[in-house]
Design a protein around this ligand. Sequence first.
Ligand SMILES: Nc1ncnc2c1ncn2[C@@H]1O[C@H](COP(=O)(O)OP(=O)(O)OP(=O)(O)O)[C@@H](O)[C@H]1O
Ligand SMILES: [Mg+2]
Length: 406
Amino acid sequence: MSIVNYEELSFKIGSVFTPGSPVNEKDLFAGRIDQIRSVHDAVSQQGYHAVLYGERGVGKTSLANIIKMTLPGDWIVPRVNCDGTDTFSTLWRKALRDISFTEERPGIGFNSEVHRSVSVLADTLPPEVTPDVVRAVLQNLSRHAKMLIVFDEFDRLNDPQISVLMADTLKSLSDFSVPATILLIGVADSVDDLVAGHQSVERALIQIPMPRMSTKEINQILKTGFQRIGMNLDDNALDELTTLSQGLPYITHLLSLHSGKAALERKSIQVSSTDVERGIAEALSRWQQTTTKAYYDAVQSSQPGNIYKQVLLACALADTDDMGFFSAAAVRMPLRALTGKDYDIPNFAQHLKNFSEESRGGIISRTGEKRRIRYRFTSPLHRPFIIMKGFQDDLLTRQQMKQMSI
Ligand SMILES: Nc1ncnc2c1ncn2[C@@H]1O[C@H](COP(=O)(O)OP(=O)(O)OP(=O)(O)O)[C@@H](O)[C@H]1O
Ligand SMILES: [Mg+2]
């Protein structure tokens, strides 16, 4: 008989499921084989660089964290977190601040000792760093080490000039065949949104879209995570957590943490549907205030029998394209499934319009001309929130969720 220390497990689960921070351990990192391969392609082909882009919370930083462990041999992989105050010079100072080198100078006189001095590379940069300075430094450095330099949160930079300078840098590195690779990462729909003025380097830039994770990958996160601490999930809980995640590993971590804790509280190491239910309630109560407020602003109504909640939930369940856009027609099917009534587009067109207006918090944005109007949630976190809320409020049943296999 083995004794389970539930308190200890409850502590451990917080180190496996970490909604607040990226994965930095290879064993806990699931899937993403195509994206890793694409980064390897960029790294192994001289003159190529890469740009990785995708929604918030989809796993971009996690991939950057583990990429070093997937590369053969020894690599230097500095990761820079860009922010709004950065300039091209500060970016490169950050990139090179952890790299130091040793210089040896022979002493004066016969038989005297060799003098060694250690310098930080960033300190040797001129006050104004230019693409050509970067090229020269990396060229020098690449004789001693293999380098992949990651600029995360690239979309946060305010000065558009930085993108132009970065594009010039990539071009210069390619033209001079410098064997160092740059990986740009950001929240964006497309590379154009991320790297303005990159046309000149298009051929040298491998574009890596980071889509939501597949069901298989989400399953893997769940199974590996719980297994790691000696817990498991029953089939229903596995299905529900996978479905509710909607391909966003951030949600998987958030729900797993709270559902797992709920199981441990009732002294079980197996997570079941009831634990998921409690996990959802806990996750919803801790959700960012902005998302919660947007939801209540969107569905408030004093009219009895209004269907704002149902229409919004149907929007969250609607099929989207790769960029997260959906049409009014795509809302019809889930709305019928939820209400059991034959609503047609004119019955809820006004609701959709209202959701995009400020009076209802602008939870959805509208684009396109008449008859070709497309909608999209203004934050990727709205969708999972609305679905969980619907599930909690019994607007969406387990059965319906399965049928729609969202
Ligand atoms: N491949 C993966 N396997 C397991 N968990 C993952 C994976 N990718 C991401 N996660 C988890 O998902 C959450 C979000 O990941 P991460 O911070 O890397 O996303 P991101 O795209 O960088 O988000 P942001 O746009 O907010 O910076 C984290 O809790 C992380 O642990
Ligand atoms: Mg990130």
